[in-house]
Design a protein around this ligand. Structure first.
Ligand SMILES: [Zn+2]
Length: 228
């Protein structure tokens, strides 16, 4: 612990906060592609070009976000550099190892996903952007969720999804946010089984935009947290 405290002396304040990025599921290059995490593919009358693997989207967003944060001097850790679908338990283990090393209150965990409403056999009507925290989550998790919702809303590309008029985040005990020891949120950017959302999600512009929401929210979060 002493060694880390010494290392942190004299560094830029924002780099004392460690941003842990979790890119959900596998990429399409993996040997064990996560089943079901892709656009419906047995639908007639749909352009074959409208085909997307969630894990590829998540990885693109995290890659862009990581570069933006590093360029600005933030400390970033991508939890899954592999293409393979690393188990949720292993993702949490990697996150909590960093929390132990740097102190959980100096870390923030962000899990990047896109959503689906159906079983992968047909296109669905649900669409939009949402943020999730677990039951009993810390004030810091709430802060990050609210900041991210606001950034996505400001941009206006997505229909925004919230459970109550005065509550911007959903409470869901998703394994990775429930079991990480630091403040933690999970974002769902659009629905890849909705034709309109998917058409947008497939573009470079969407991946850049989603990374930017996360970037802007994280910068505001870090500034808030280091003030205290
Ligand atoms: Zn997902």
């Amino acid at each position: 612990m002493k060694k880390i405290a010494e290392q942190l002396k004299g560094v830029k304040p924002e780099s004392k906060i460690h941003i842990l990025l979790d890119n959900g599921h596998s990429s399409s290059k993996a040997r064990n592609i996560t089943p079901g995490k892709r656009t419906p593919y047995l639908v007639s009358g749909v352009e074959p070009a409208l085909s997307m693997y969630e894990g590829d989207f998540n990885r693109d967003v995290v890659r862009i976000l990581e570069a933006k944060l590093k360029d600005s001097g933030y400390s970033v850790h991508v939890l899954v550099p592999e293409d393979e679908d690393i188990s949720l338990g292993e993702r949490v283990r990697r996150a909590n190892k960093l929390c132990k090393e740097y102190g959980a209150s100096n870390c923030i965990f962000v899990s990047v996903h896109s959503n689906a409403a159906g079983n992968g056999r047909q296109w669905m009507t649900a669409r939009g952007f949402s943020v999730h925290i677990c039951q009993g989550a810390s004030k810091k998790s709430e802060l990050m969720a609210n900041l991210l919702y606001d950034e996505a809303q400001k941009d206006g590309h997505f229909k925004m999804r919230k459970p109550l008029p005065n509550q911007k985040y959903w409470v869901n005990n998703f394994y990775v946010i429930k079991n990480t020891s630091c403040p933690a949120i999970l974002s769902e950017s659009g629905f890849y089984d909705n034709v309109d959302d998917c058409t947008f999600l497939l573009t470079d512009m969407a991946r850049e935009a989603v990374a930017t929401y996360h970037y802007n929210a994280l910068i505001k979060y870090v500034q808030e947290v280091i003030k205290k």
